[in-house]
Write a protein that binds this ligand. Structure first.
Ligand code: SER
Length: 470
C-alpha cells in the first residue's frame, strides 16, 4: 500500500459514510493573519467549527498539506517532519464520539490492516475545570473488549499537554473565542526496545521512539470565554487528523518515516549526492530531505525567500538544508529537487506545474546564501588578518572554494562582530561557526536577548521568529 493508496482508501471510506470531499487549502492561507502557514487541518475550517454553515454540508473529508515551523528543531529523529499531509474527516455539529471512534478503529484495522496488537489509545483525563472524556473512553473500552484485548493495558490517560487540542495549545494559552477540546490519539508500537534515556517506564508519550502517534480525533466541543472558563459550543464537532507519513510508517512497520516508500527514493538521492550511506549520516540526511521538501511546497505557494514572514521561514529552511548538504560535501542541489518533485507529483500536481518556479527559487537562494557567506568572510578577513590566512590555506588545499569548503578555519572574533554577522547578514550562530569563526556564545546569547527585547518594544516580531527557527 503506497501513500497514494492510503489517501484513496481514506477518501472512499468516508465518502461511503456520507462525507463530501473538499479541496486542500493553500499552505499560505489568505485572510488569516493569525498564522504564517496552515499547520493543521482545522485551520481553514475554523469559522465552520465555530458554527458557520459550510456550503458542502456537515460531513467533510480532505487531505490537507501542513507545515509546522515549531517542529524544525525536532527534525533529525525517526519521525518528525516540518511538512506533512493530514487526512481529515469532519463532523460539523453532526455525528460525534461514538461514530467517530468506531470509524477511526475500523479504518486503521480493517482498511489499512494495521495489526490491532500494535495499537494503543490515549484519552483526556480531565482537569479541575474540564471533565475527563468519559464518552470517548467508553466507546474505546467496548471496542477493545470486543477485540479480545485488555482496556487497562490499551487505554492510557493524559492531561492537557497531550490530550487537549487547540490552535494555541493548552487551555491556559487559548484566547477568548478560541475553539478547542479533548482529543483521543492512537499510537503504533514498533518492535524495538525502550530507550532508558527517556525514563524508566515506556509509554505512548515517553518520546523514546518505540511508540509513534499516527492519528488523533479532536472533539471540538468547547469555546474559551472572556473570564477564562469554557463553554460548550452549540454544535459539537469532530476533527480527525491522520498524519499520512506516519500512517504509512505503521502500514509498512517501519520505525523510521524517512525509510518508508514515500521518502526512500529522496533519501537515496541525497545519499548518492553526498556519496555516503544513509546509516552513517541519517540525522543530516533527514534534515536535508525534510527542509527541501518543505521548501518545494512553500515555494510552490509563490513564497519568495526574504527577511520577513513566510519568506523568512523559506530562507531559513533552504539555508539550514544547505548547511547540512555542504557539511556532507553535497554537490548538485537540482537533482535533489527533481527527486522530491518526482516523488510527490502523483498526489500533489502543484509541484509539477510549478516545477521551474520552485527550482529557480531554491537555486537563486543558494546563490544568495553563497554571496552572503562570501561577504561575511570578506568583512571578517578585513578585520582579522589570521582569518585571511586560514581562508587562503583552505582555498589552496581544496581547489575552487565553494561554501561548504570553508568549514575548517578557526578564527576567534569578538561577540560584536559575530552579532553583526547575525543582524546584518542574517547568519545564525551555527552558520557563523560553520564559517570557522569562534566567539563567546554566552555573551552572544545575552546580546540576542537584549536585541529581541528591543525588537519587541519597537513592535517587530521578526526576531521572535529567529528564535523559533534558529
Ligand atoms: N486534528 C488536527 C491535528 O492533530 C487538528 O486539525 O493537528
Amino acid at each position: 500500500m503506497t501513500a497514494k493508496d492510503i489517501i484513496d482508501t481514506y477518501i472512499s471510506f468516508f465518502e461511503e459514510r456520507g462525507h463530501k470531499k473538499i479541496e486542500n487549502s493553500p499552505l499560505v492561507l489568505q485572510n488569516d493573519p493569525t498564522t504564517l502557514f496552515t499547520s493543521a487541518g482545522m485551520q481553514p475550517l475554523v469559522p465552520y467549527l465555530l458554527g458557520k454553515e459550510h456550503p458542502e454540508g456537515k460531513r467533510l473529508v480532505n487531505v490537507q498539506n501542513c507545515f509546522r515551523a515549531q517542529d524544525i528543531d525536532e527534525v533529525g529523529d525517526n519521525r518528525h517532519t516540518t511538512f506533512f499531509r493530514m487526512l481529515g474527516n469532519w463532523s460539523l455539529g453532526d455525528y460525534f464520539k461514538k461514530e467517530e471512534v468506531s470509524w477511526f478503529w475500523e479504518f486503521l484495522t480493517q482498511k489499512l490492516t494495521i495489526p490491532k496488537e500494535r495499537l494503543y489509545i490515549t484519552v483526556f483525563k480531565g482537569t479541575n475545570e474540564i471533565p475527563k472524556d468519559e464518552e470517548a473512553e467508553q466507546v474505546w473500552k467496548e471496542i477493545i473488549l470486543q477485540e479480545g484485548m485488555n482496556p487497562k493495558e490499551r487505554i492510557l490517560y493524559y492531561g492537557t499537554k497531550k490530550n487537549w487540542w487547540s490552535r494555541s495549545g493548552v487551555p491556559e494559552n487559548m484566547p477568548a473565542g478560541e475553539p478547542g477540546g479533548p482529543d483521543t490519539e492512537v499510537f503504533y508500537r514498533f518492535n524495538i526496545e525502550h530507550n532508558p534515556a527517556f525514563g524508566d517506564v515506556c509509554h505512548p508519550n515517553c518520546d523514546c521512539g518505540r511508540f509513534m502517534e499516527i492519528a488523533n480525533s479532536v472533539f471540538m466541543q468547547y469555546v474559551k470565554q472572556e473570564n477564562g472558563s469554557f463553554k460548550e459550543l452549540p454544535k459539537k464537532n469532530v476533527d480527525f487528523g491522520g498524519g499520512l507519513e506516519r500512517l504509512l510508517a505503521a502500514v509498512e512497520n517501519m520505525q523510521d518515516v524517512f525509510q518508508t516508500s514515500l521518502f526512500a527514493p529522496i533519501v537515496a538521492g541525497i545519499s548518492h549526492a553526498i556519496n555516503k550511506p544513509y546509516s552513517e549520516e541519517s540525522k543530516e540526511i533527514r534534515i536535508i530531505a525534510d527542509h527541501f521538501i518543505s521548501a518545494c511546497f512553500i515555494a510552490a505557494n509563490d513564497v519568495i525567500p526574504s527577511n520577513k514572514e513566510q519568506g523568512y521561514i523559506l530562507r531559513r529552511l533552504i539555508r539550514r538544508g544547505l548547511d547540512s548538504f555542504y557539511q556532507l560535501q553535497g554537490g548538485n542541489l537540482s537533482e535533489i529537487i527533481e527527486t522530491i518533485v518526482d516523488q510527490y507529483k502523483n498526489t500533489d500536481q502543484i509541484l509539477l506545474t510549478k516545477f521551474e518556479h520552485i527550482k529557480n527559487t531554491i537555486l537563486a537562494e543558494e546563490n544568495s546564501y553563497s554571496q552572503t557567506r562570501r561577504n561575511a568572510r570578506k568583512l571578517i578577513t578585513r578585520k582579522y588578518p589570521s582569518a585571511s590566512h586560514s581562508a587562503r590555506v583552505q582555498a589552496e588545499g581544496l581547489g575552487q572554494a565553494r561554501i561548504g569548503d570553508e568549514l575548517k578555519g578557526q578564527v576567534e572574533i569578538s561577540t560584536e562582530d559575530a552579532f553583526v554577522l547575525y543582524t546584518a547578514h542574517g547568519l545564525s550562530p551555527a552558520q557563523i561557526k560553520s564559517l570557522g569563526f569562534l566567539f563567546n556564545e554566552d555573551e552572544f546569547v545575552q546580546k540576542m536577548k537584549e536585541h529581541q527585547q528591543r525588537s519587541k518594544m519597537s513592535g517587530t516580531k521578526k526576531f521572535d521568529r529567529v528564535k523559533e527557527i534558529r
